[in-house]
Design a protein around this ligand. Structure first.
Ligand SMILES: Cc1ncc(COP(=O)(O)O)c(C=O)c1O
Length: 413
């Protein structure tokens, strides 16, 4: 009997060369065992065995490839790494325990005391705290600049600048940075350009093709997509990822095999989910712009957005997160949020379930009042991560929030 494709335990990556991100999301990085399972296997094991003491020594000495211990290699984690690396167009990915540990591992592996970082102000609040409080303790100083003011980036460059760090689109104001310009600035100054691609995912934007050296994800968000696990990943060149892997091996902020399996499954539906998130978010953003209680909507898909054209150039969709300012202050924002009944009040984003949050007192609550003001995190700002429920039902629920505002104003008459 002749076995044909079934004999192939590993799916050679070359078979997928040139294929689209939709295909890579489903097919790349699978590690098939001798059981020839169709879905990905999961390897919940902390260590691996050897045929002999000599083989154990060869593995530990790096003379023979293979698994040793799941703090640094595990087949399920490697399968996820292979898939996301292919989708981002990077040589290699290193998975981590969370998005924050992906950022920390990148900094610990590639920066040293005395180095200088330039980071956009509009990053996730904890990223700001990591740079401002913790990296500073180890002699890495960070200058925070406006994501979109290229002159400020240029003026902040020093001879010690080793990293430019951004999120684009930013959280929660959806500002968009010009990656080509920032990538060039980084190259001209021998610095690394790092992009947190959490909001777009490789389905909507591939920063490595637009000037970035490293892409970071909080896999917790869209890569999972159903709010189940916390995880992160760093993608870049083999050389840089070997450094990140080295830090992970020594320090241990590792992704668990179970989480890797969930993320691997999440990636399979990422392209279709992202398209639904984008469609729903655009429709809601247009609707919110018409509401009398709304002062301003922030969403790169709107013509009114200052970087709408840039977003069209860099992204194939505008993403699922939007934010808006209500007329009023914290009281109105909280009243609106509390008025909704179905949408989840939670700070997570990227879920198929729509979520609503008040950034000033949650995700960005640890920023000083000055930093909040500089980052545009006002008290009347509400962020929505638009899920895949029917848009009409989302409008119905948000309308309950607007009704709560109207009830309050008539109660006060
Ligand atoms: C853009 C962005 N980057 C990084 C993180 C941190 O990720 P994690 O919560 O997985 O540590 C978050 C979390 O909300 C985020 O929104």
């Amino acid at each position: 009997m002749t076995f044909r494709r079934e004999e192939t335990v590993w799916i050679p990556e070359s078979d997928l060369d040139g294929m689209s991100v939709d295909t890579l999301a489903v097919r790349a990085g699978q590690i098939r065992t001798g059981q020839l399972e169709h879905s990905d296997a999961i390897f919940p094991t902390s260590s691996f065995v050897y045929g002999s003491a000599a083989q154990a020594a060869a593995r530990f000495g790096g003379e023979e490839p293979g698994n040793i211990y799941s703090r640094f290699t595990n087949p399920t984690v490697q399968a996820f790494e292979g898939r996301i690396a292919a989708m981002e167009g990077g040589e290699r990915a290193v998975a981590t325990a969370s998005g924050m540990s992906a950022i920390l591992s990148t900094c610990m592996a590639l920066l040293k005391s005395g180095d200088h970082v330039i980071c956009s102000r509009g990053v996730f609040g904890t990223t700001n705290v990591l740079f401002q409080k913790y990296m500073a303790r180890f002699g890495v100083e960070t200058t925070f600049v406006s994501l979109t003011d290229m002159e400020e980036w240029q003026a902040s460059i020093r001879s010690e600048t080793r990293m430019l760090f951004i999120e684009t689109p930013s959280n929660p104001l959806c500002e968009v940075a010009d990656m080509e310009i920032l990538g060039q600035l980084a190259r001209d100054n021998d610095a690394l350009f790092v992009v947190d691609n959490c909001f777009c995912t490789p389905v909507l934007q591939r920063p490595l093709e637009q000037g970035a050296d490293i892409v970071i994800h909080s896999a917790t968000k869209y890569l999972d997509g159903q709010g189940r696990c916390v995880g992160g990943v760093v993608v870049g060149s083999e050389k840089m990822m070997e450094e990140v892997y080295g830090f992970l091996r020594s320090a241990g902020p590792t992704m668990s095999p179970f989480n890797a399996w969930v993320f691997q499954k999440g990636l399979e539906t990422l392209p279709i989910r992202m398209r639904a998130h984008c469609d729903h978010a655009l429709e809601l953003a247009l609707w919110l712009e018409q509401q009398p209680a709304v002062e301003r909507v922030f969403y790169a898909g709107l013509q009114s957005h200052p970087q709408h054209e840039l977003a069209k150039k860099q992204q194939t969709g505008f993403g699922g997160v939007l934010s808006f300012q209500l007329k009023g202050a914290r009281e109105e924002a909280w009243r609106f949020i509390d008025g909704t009944r179905m949408i989840s009040i939670t700070a997570n984003l990227g879920d198929v379930k729509t979520t609503i949050t008040h950034p000033a007192t949650t995700t960005h609550g640890r920023l000083s009042p000055e930093d909040k003001a500089r980052a545009g995190i006002t008290e009347n700002l509400v962020r929505i991560s638009v899920g895949i429920e029917a848009v009409e039902d989302l409008k119905t629920d948000l309308e309950r929030g607007f009704q709560a505002l109207r009830n309050e104003s008539t109660d006060n008459v």
